[in-house]
Design a protein around this ligand. Structure first.
Ligand SMILES: *[C@@H]1O[C@H](CO)[C@@H](O)[C@H](O)[C@H]1NC(C)=O
Ligand SMILES: *[C@@H]1O[C@H](CO)[C@@H](O)[C@H](O)[C@H]1NC(C)=O
Ligand SMILES: *[C@@H]1O[C@H](CO)[C@@H](O)[C@H](O)[C@H]1NC(C)=O
Ligand SMILES: *[C@@H]1O[C@H](CO)[C@@H](O)[C@H](O)[C@H]1NC(C)=O
Ligand SMILES: *[C@@H]1O[C@H](CO)[C@@H](O)[C@H](O)[C@H]1NC(C)=O
Ligand SMILES: *[C@@H]1O[C@H](CO)[C@@H](O)[C@H](O)[C@H]1NC(C)=O
Ligand SMILES: *[C@@H]1O[C@H](CO)[C@@H](O)[C@H](O)[C@H]1NC(C)=O
Ligand SMILES: [Zn+2]
Length: 795
């Protein structure tokens, strides 16, 4: 379906030809001159070089977000954002021509709060005159591969809302600016278009794609970022920056750089103005060869630069003066202080036709053996925690509204949603949920989320007390992931409330740690609900260690209305002599009314899957393997496999075990086959009575390291579906993109990493389907349509 629509769009545009320009937002008519009106004049008959002074301030990476703000732990990395903002404001005041852009509202907000009203007034003035301009303006610069669109919208909202409340219309960013994320998602472009941005700039794309685009002058393009929205709703002008986000070689004048300053005293021996100007003009003219207009952009700054902004600005002032000074001698190069939106305005005025792009910029490789596909799965525990926190935040936000003001201050004390909102916002950063930060920084993100949960739980308790009229104490089972919940494990009688933050009703299996063997469960009307007690798996007990004692789990299906909750009562049956349902022989089949799942009796592995409604069957084998990680000693490249880059040393993975020991559990609510592959790999294959989905819950780790080999663990499904090498993955949990093995829709791929070069991010779903016309249209879905979750599914 996606494929057909895409093809149609592309061929239509070929026919129509040059209609692909892009709109700019309305220009302002008020007295202040920020935005497009505040741009410096350019010269139509010259090459105009837009110098964009900027700093790239990671909201956590090698240091925590707080350490970066204050400039703490400069032994780890010299970086202090508070000093950057102090220094930049000071320097902007010295020369009204100077410009600066600021991007990460998480930092700007902290700084702003600590300024006196005089300074705040000064900064407002700079913003109103377009000398200080916000670009992007979200709380952080989000990761694009591993984020869910709902959390991205939330983090953009708090950043943009702060800017609007603080600066009004002049605080509104016109340009989205993702200069560092490691690959670019189509859904991000779609969201930015729908948020009203006029254009988007980024720095990283596949090196082969860049080479081709440079030759074709297609580094500036129109991104049509949705298959389903009618153009131009999701159209976004997109520009690829010339040198990542760094200044051109030889022109870094930060205190952290070693390039020569402009020495312009002609009486001195080392006068270098002629040399600097000559080098600069040569770079500018070269750059102009690979872009379409007589305007080019240069990013004058980099990571945490401008802490001593005087160095940069003093040299930039001189560069502009000396390069432009040559114009009287016939030079056709004009340099100016600029911003991304001023540059964008000139491209818009050029009234050209831009290349069209309808797919995305994944995966990102910056050379033949450096595919940045490792971070799709780095730090899986933090990724899952972030995703569950997103669910909790939606619940918290909704109950804050539904319960009214008493939610924030009520019988259980003071609660709020802001703490979790901000923790979630920093967690979207491209070194947070991406998993590319240091361990102590990952711990800090998790701690912030946990703190947010605490604040939300008080709010939720207050809200539910108001909504239900009962202020009995509520306990939150935060550790169901390891089957720990002291209340359910030790009580004979308790009630359970489940909240559904989705806008449609859900049915959802609940698993509660218990120590008894027989229970009754009833819904709010006293109607009994079928339930089943199953033993806690050995793998879960191992991960839990001594943090809980429940020997069983009570399983039952709950139903919850949209944006609402339901409550169930649970009681231990006194004659708890009924044993938990367990059988120890290997079953060959588990089935419910929708699915029949077959296991190979000799190996204990999955062997086939049948859809009982359509009478279709596929062969389905599944097992666990590991790729030997490249240690970086390979003759082709010194790149090791790591947190960012996935690089197997060989394309053939090692099998962990060709057989699994199994044990099965059969009951009226759920059937399980528990597979044990090795001391560090096990899995539960689970089929609920009322579900069209088969659940595979794996437990992997601790990964053995005693052989000193890096292990990239995978699960692989081998099916009889003939895919034609096509597969489908979601973009930020929203629309689907078609993928093809060793293929890119927009350029002729030379594949150099047969495994890592075929990995794509998956946030909510992926699927394959049969391409044979004659046979039934089998489709196998992963993740996704389990109707209750926003889990990351990593395949
Ligand atoms: C921006 O702030 C103004 C003044 O507070 C408010 O009226 C307006 O609705 C805000 N705009 C947006 C898009 O939130
Ligand atoms: C302009 O050109 C003249 C003649 O070539 C030269 O003497 C002079 O130094 C040049 N001026 C600048 C600013 O380079
Ligand atoms: C832009 O170009 C089109 C043709 O490509 C032309 O019809 C139109 O008048 C131009 N607009 C401006 C403002 O120059
Ligand atoms: C389980 O979830 C808690 C948060 O509720 C988290 O702190 C913990 O790390 C998770 N445990 C595992 C084994 O993933
Ligand atoms: C839980 O059950 C186990 C086995 O039946 C028993 O040994 C243990 O004492 C129980 N623990 C608690 C806290 O009830
Ligand atoms: C694994 O890869 C490393 C290099 O990264 C190599 O030295 C080692 O021999 C490989 N081991 C196996 C079992 O393939
Ligand atoms: C794995 O690594 C070893 C050691 O660097 C190398 O000799 C060998 O060729 C690699 N194997 C493959 C298949 O790349
Ligand atoms: Zn960064």
């Amino acid at each position: 379906m996606a494929a057909g629509a895409q093809k149609l769009a592309v061929s239509l545009l070929f026919v129509l030809g040059g209609v692909l320009s892009f709109p700019l937002g309305q220009e302002r008519k008020d007295t202040v001159t920020c935005g497009y009106e505040s741009c410096h004049a350019t010269k139509p008959d010259m090459l105009n070089v837009h110098l964009v002074p900027h700093t790239h301030d990671d909201v956590g990476w090698l240091k925590t977000v707080d350490q970066y703000f204050y400039g703490d732990r400069n032994d780890i990395q010299h970086a202090g954002v508070q000093y950057i903002l102090d220094s930049v404001v000071d320097q902007l005041l010295k020369n009204p021509d100077r410009r600066f852009i600021y991007v990460e509202t998480a930092f700007f907000y902290r700084w702003w709060k600590r300024q006196d009203s005089g300074m705040q007034q000064t900064v407002k003035q700079l913003v109103n005159e377009g000398r200080l301009e916000f670009v992007n303006g979200g709380w952080c610069m989000s990761d694009e591969a591993t984020t869910h669109y709902s959390a991205v919208i939330d983090q953009m909202t708090i950043g943009l809302r702060f800017l609007n409340e603080t600066f009004g219309a002049c605080g509104r960013p016109r340009v989205a600016w993702h200069i560092d994320p490691f690959g670019h998602a189509r859904e991000h472009a779609s969201m930015f278009a729908q948020m009203g941005y006029d254009g988007f700039f980024f720095g990283r794309l596949d090196y082969q794609d860049r080479d081709r685009r440079m030759m074709a002058k297609e580094q500036e393009l129109l991104w049509r970022a949705s298959d389903s929205l009618t153009p131009p709703v999701a159209d976004l002008f997109t520009g690829i920056l010339p040198n990542g986000y760094n200044p051109p070689e030889g022109f870094c004048w930060d205190q952290s750089c070693n390039d020569p300053p402009i020495r312009d005293d002609p009486d001195l021996e080392d006068y270098n103005v002629d040399d600097v100007v000559k080098r600069f003009v040569a770079i500018a003219e070269n750059q102009a060869l690979v872009y379409k207009t007589n305007h080019i952009i240069m990013t004058m700054g980099s990571d945490f630069q401008y802490e001593n902004a005087n160095l940069w600005y003093k040299n930039l002032d001189k560069l502009i003066r000396y390069v432009n000074g040559l114009q009287s001698n016939g030079s056709k190069v004009n340099v100016l202080y600029s911003t991304p939106s001023c540059y964008l305005q000139e491209l818009h005025r050029a009234n050209l036709t831009w290349a069209l792009k309808t797919d995305d910029f994944f995966p990102y490789a910056d050379s033949a053996h450096d595919f940045w596909t490792g971070y799709f799965t780095s730090r899986p525990a933090l990724k899952r925690y972030e995703r569950i926190s997103n669910s909790n935040l939606q619940t918290c936000d909704q109950l804050e509204v539904l319960g009214g003001p008493v939610s924030r201050k009520g019988p259980f004390g003071e609660g709020d949603s802001q703490t979790l909102k901000k923790a979630m916002a920093v967690a979207q950063h491209h070194d947070a949920v991406s998993g590319t930060e240091k361990q102590h920084v990952a711990n800090d993100y998790a701690r912030k989320l946990a703190d947010g949960w605490q604040h939300c739980q008080v709010l939720v308790s207050n809200s539910l007390a108001a909504l239900s009229g009962s202020s009995s104490q509520r306990i939150y089972c935060d550790n169901l992931n390891i089957s720990v919940c002291p209340l359910t494990a030790s009580s004979k009688k308790f009630s359970v409330s489940v909240y559904n933050p989705l806008a449609r009703p859900v049915t959802w299996p609940v698993r509660l740690p218990v120590n008894g063997t027989a229970y009754t469960v009833s819904d709010a009307n006293g109607k009994p609900v079928d339930c089943q007690v199953v033993p806690v798996s050995k793998a879960t007990q191992d991960v839990r260690r001594n943090r809980g004692f429940a020997v069983n789990e009570l399983v039952f299906q709950v139903q919850a209305p949209p944006l609402g909750y339901s409550t169930y009562s649970v009681s231990l049956l006194q004659d708890g002599s009924r044993p938990a349902s367990t059988q120890h022989r290997t079953p060959t089949v588990i089935q419910n009314k929708f699915l029949k799942v077959t296991f190979d009796p000799d190996t204990g592995l999955l062997s086939s899957l049948s859809n009982l409604e359509t009478q279709q069957s596929i062969k389905l084998a599944q097992n666990f393997y590991w790729y030997n990680a490249s240690a970086g000693n390979n003759f082709l490249s010194i790149q090791p496999s790591g947190a960012y880059i996935f690089r197997p040393n060989s394309s053939t993975p090692f099998i962990i075990s060709s057989t699994a020991k199994t044990e099965s559990i059969q009951g009226s609510v759920v059937q399980e086959v528990r597979q044990w592959f090795s001391p560090w790999v096990s899995q539960v294959v689970r089929l609920y009575a009322d579900s069209r989905a088969l659940e595979l819950e794996w437990t992997v780790g601790p990964v053995p390291i005693d052989d000193s080999l890096g292990k990239e663990v995978i699960t692989r499904l081998d099916t009889s579906i003939q895919t034609g090498e096509y597969f489908y993955t979601d973009s930020n949990g929203r629309e689907i993109l078609q993928r093809k093995k060793d293929f890119r829709p927009t350029w002729q791929l030379r594949q150099s990493e047969p495994v890592a070069g075929n990995y794509y991010p998956v946030n909510s779903r992926a699927f394959i389907k049969d391409v044979r016309k004659s046979t039934s249209k089998n489709q196998l879905d992963f993740g996704g349509d389990l109707n209750h979750r926003l889990d990351p599914g990593m395949f």
